[in-house]
Design a protein around this ligand. Structure first.
Ligand code: AMP
Length: 211
């Protein structure tokens, strides 16, 4: 199964992607994670991407399309994948469509997870990441255990100003993407508000898999 997850930062995409990945055994491919890895490695791509990411701006299409196309062509993605954070623009959606058509494959579902902006801001400003395991915590809702509390970090683009820019950009870019997949009859919209389990049930129902 090939699924695209569409939701703003902090909509719970990562958590839900992990649950679907575990259930279906398909790789969870996050463009944001791949770009952050490139930045950490200090590769040429990472250096170029970093200047956009730290501003809350989108990385240019040709860079992101290149890394995602390479990733979905690997063996572990041939039975399916879960794309998280990609496509974010129409040229990205078209590039994905063309690549899949060439491989005689299709997208099965484009899943939009909706969460009000005020809730996103509350969720993200408390978000902390363990740099060793990549586990995500929240200062209020799921605080890190005491033994790792000292080492958790806040992503540089998780501050409120950058976040507001990212949300505005998300809403601006998402309209055409939603229309693109709605016209293909692939768009499913679910609310991302509520407990992880509740959201999971809505998502599994929408993409027709059993919990
Ligand atoms: P995310 O973890 O999905 O919130 O992505 C973090 C940052 O990486 C974004 O603010 C963008 O700068 C960049 N990024 C991630 N995915 C894409 C994409 N599909 N197109 C362009 N930039 C992206």
């Amino acid at each position: 199964m090939r699924v695209i997850l569409i939701g703003p930062p902090g909509s719970g995409k990562g958590t839900q992607a992990h649950l679907i990945e575990t259930k279906l055994g398909i790789p969870h491919i996050s463009s944001g994670d791949m770009l952050r890895e490139a930045v950490t490695e200090g590769s040429a791509l990472g250096k170029e991407a970093e200047s956009y990411m730290s501003q809350g701006a989108l990385v240019p299409d040709d860079l992101v399309i290149g890394i995602i196309m390479e990733r979905i062509s690997r063996g572990d993605a041939c039975e399916g994948f879960l794309l998280d954070g990609f496509p974010r623009t129409l040229p990205q959606a078209r590039a994905l469509d063309n690549a899949l058509q060439e491989a005689s494959c299709v997208i099965d579902h484009a899943l939009r997870i909706k969460v009000p902006d005020e809730e996103i801001i509350q969720r993200i400003s408390g978000r902390r990441i363990d740099p060793v395991t990549n586990e995500i915590y929240h200062t209020l809702f799921s605080p890190p255990p005491p033994e790792i509390a000292e080492r958790v970090i806040q992503r540089t683009d998780d501050n409120e100003d950058t976040l507001k820019k990212r949300l505005a950009k998300f809403h601006q870019d998402t309209g055409p993407i939603l229309k693109f997949y709605a016209e293909k009859g692939l768009l499913k919209v679910v609310s991302g508000v509520g407990a992880t389990k509740e959201v999971q049930q809505r998502i599994f129902e929408a993409i027709q898999i059993s919990v």
